[in-house]
Design a protein around this ligand. Structure first.
Ligand code: GLP
Length: 242
């Protein structure tokens, strides 16, 4: 539990950087990262960028996999996660876009797209460190309540609460997509290490359920209780119901 947003970002970035270094040492190849969208990890990405600039982190040749994507936003839409990841991750971290994978939300073969994405993670040797946020309803990625704890990458219908929470990025609720593609909970759990960031009182209930409630698909993030190497960095407000 950190005192403020800057401290959340700093502590989480130290974890991610450590995981990247040990992945490179252990496997002898650049790290494979899992990226989340949403506002929560933006400070963490800024910290990683600063570490690259001061030489304490090296991501040359690193690969990345984004957690999720909306279905149906036109290519290049600023709120499509392909664009959000390009703007907030790929460019600031100087990653090769060819190595940063985002699910195609306009594919005419969504199941095939999801299966190929799973295979691409395997071909990359698995995710060394997965960065995640948490939805106010306990989702991770876009795995809404009711998701199988063993689920793989697949299409999903967004919960109304999620659409309302994400309405702030669009002009109206009508413009928020109703469907998405998301890595499954089983996919996320395959990462060797997971780092979660959460901030604010609107996350407090979900954080409490995730950490102190039963492992249950009614709070998808609770599956993280079963992961052997997960770090959760939250501010005082997100911790207020613990
Ligand atoms: C979005 C994303 C999640 C993210 C969550 C929280 O719906 N699909 O990956 O963790 O919402 O977003 P924020 O960090 O902006 O609160």
């Amino acid at each position: 539990i950190a005192a403020n947003a800057a401290e959340v970002a700093r502590l989480a970035a130290l974890r991610v950087a450590r995981a990247c270094r040990s992945a490179t040492t252990r496997r002898g190849i650049p790290p494979v990262l899992g990226f989340a969208t949403g506002s929560s990890p933006l400070g963490l990405y800024a910290e990683l960028t600063a570490m690259l600039e001061d030489g304490s982190l090296d991501l040359a040749g690193a690969a990345g996999f984004a957690l999720d994507e909306y279905i149906g936003l036109p290519k290049g839409h600023p709120e499509s996660y392909a664009e959000v990841i390009r703007r907030t991750v790929t460019e600031p971290l100087g990653l090769d876009p060819a190595y940063v994978h985002v699910l195609d939300g306009n594919s005419d073969d969504p199941l095939g797209t999801c299966a190929r994405f799973e295979q691409a993670i395997i071909d990359a040797g698995g995710v060394d460190v997965q960065i995640v946020g948490i939805g106010a309803n306990g989702h991770i990625g876009f795995n809404e309540p009711g998701s199988s704890l063993a689920s793989r990458t697949r299409p999903m219908t967004l919960a109304e609460r999620t659409r309302k929470d994400n309405q702030r990025f669009f002009d109206s609720l009508d413009e928020v997509p109703t469907q998405c593609l998301t890595q499954g909970l089983g996919t996320i759990m395959d990462a060797r290490e997971i780092v979660m960031v959460a901030k604010g009182t609107n996350k407090a209930e979900a954080v409490a359920k995730m950490l102190e409630g039963p492992v249950s698909s009614s709070c998808p993030a609770s599956v993280l209780q079963l992961h052997p190497n997960v770090t959760i960095v939250i501010d005082d407000d997100a911790a207020s119901r613990l």
